[in-house]
Design a binder for this molecule. Structure first.
Ligand SMILES: CC(C)(COP(=O)(O)OP(=O)(O)OC[C@H]1O[C@@H](n2cnc3c(N)ncnc32)[C@H](O)[C@@H]1OP(=O)(O)O)[C@@H](O)C(=O)NCCC(=O)NCCS
Length: 338
């Protein structure tokens, strides 16, 4: 059921930002196309480089081509006078909607370009029927917090991104969890596995579905998806990117999303999942496992710390929705929404 107050607020925001954008000339937003990729990727590097004060903030990680190819219709570009000056990437995870990285060319900051991109992002969420929306941002930046608060997102718990060396992670031989790898499955088996994955994620948050990320990994060869079974069916799942040209970067196995079935025994299932990830990372030639876990998922956060993961940096989850989403103590989920 659509909340009329929320819809009215959205309409007001939309007309305000449309008016402002017009006053700055010809800023327009449209779906990204293949021909935009090079410039969009350059703007992403430039914008984060300027904000963070580093030349190559992403190294050889790629969030632009991978996310565009995952679903071109959910990638947006902003144009000024026919030039691409910014972009944003939304993602539908079933009932959950996420976005980022949102970037604008630094010489055009503070002129409403990002706000215009967010108006169009909101339209995507409305079309998808997103129930809970979220993003990862810099908790120390008044500008970032204010920008997203304007669109109804509230700063919630911190999301640390943590790493662990694969050599430290290896553990005693024989303790490795035997995970099924989706890339070894036949197409019809993948279809079945996607259905099981959807009911596993839905057990933590109604309607949560990371099928898009699973397909992206398989279609683009970004890494692999690990599945662990037990007597009750699918017990745990991890969507992993590995190496250059993915969201991980050279030498890294990045857990884009991981979860264990909640309820009694969840901690053991979660431990088995991380065993499987660490073992896969080593076999795939990664030196480091990287993952994020919101601190509101208190049990999962404590469990990764106990396994020797160390925080490399910290973001904040900003969220919008009538419920608390899945950043809750009983959700055994690993992801960071970057
Ligand atoms: C963050 C970013 C996308 C914003 O783009 P932008 O086009 O400058 O943003 P907008 O002009 O639409 O909106 C910025 C808002 O923040 C407000 N703002 C700026 N500094 C502020 C401050 N110190 N305190 C409060 N509000 C502030 C502006 O006034 C404006 O709000 P208004 O429209 O109500 O006036 C851009 O700065 C960028 O690319 N940064 C580097 C990459 C990055 O950090 N991306 C986001 C990662 S989560």
């Amino acid at each position: 059921v659509r909340n009329p107050a929320t819809s009215a607020a959205r309409r007001a925001r939309t007309s305000r930002f449309r008016a402002r954008v017009v006053s700055h000339g010809s800023v327009s937003v449209r779906p990204m196309e293949e021909r935009d990729l090079e410039v969009a990727a350059a703007v992403v590097q430039l914008a984060f480089g300027a904000f963070l004060g580093v030349a190559t903030p992403f190294g050889d990680r790629d969030l632009v081509r991978t996310r565009f190819r995952a679903d071109p219709a959910s990638a947006l570009v902003a144009e000024v006078d026919g030039h691409v000056v910014g972009s944003n990437f939304a993602a539908a995870w079933g009932s959950v909607g996420l976005f980022g990285p949102l970037t604008v060319r630094p010489d055009l900051w503070d002129r409403g370009v990002a706000s215009r991109l967010l108006v169009s992002t909101d339209e995507l969420f409305a079309r998808w029927g997103t129930r809970h929306a979220g993003l990862f941002t810099f908790p120390h930046s008044p500008k970032h917090l204010a920008l997203y608060q304007k669109f109804g997102f509230r700063p919630c718990d911190l999301t640390p991104v943590l790493t662990k060396g694969v050599r430290d992670a290896a553990g005693p031989a024989g303790s490795r969890a035997a995970a099924v790898r989706f890339r070894d499955l036949a197409p019809v088996e993948v279809d079945e596995a996607l259905v099981s994955a959807s009911s596993l994620t839905g057990a933590s948050y109604d309607g949560l579905d990371v099928g898009r990320e699973i397909r992206a990994v398989l279609d683009q060869g970004l890494g692999d998806v690990l599945a662990l079974d037990d007597a009750s069916g699918l017990a745990a799942l991890a969507v992993c990117h590995v190496g250059a040209g993915t969201e991980a970067g050279s030498g890294v196995c990045y857990v884009k999303f991981g979860t264990a079935r909640p309820g009694p025994g969840a901690e053991q299932r979660f431990g088995r999942l991380l065993d499987g990830v660490e073992s896969y990372a080593g076999a795939a030639g990664a030196r480091v496992v990287e993952l994020g876990v919101n601190t509101a998922r208190a049990h999962a956060h404590r469990a990764v710390l106990r396994r020797g993961y160390r925080t490399s940096f910290v973001g904040v989850a900003m969220e919008r929705g009538d419920d608390e989403g899945y950043n809750r103590p009983d959700a055994w989920i690993v992801d960071d929404w970057r």
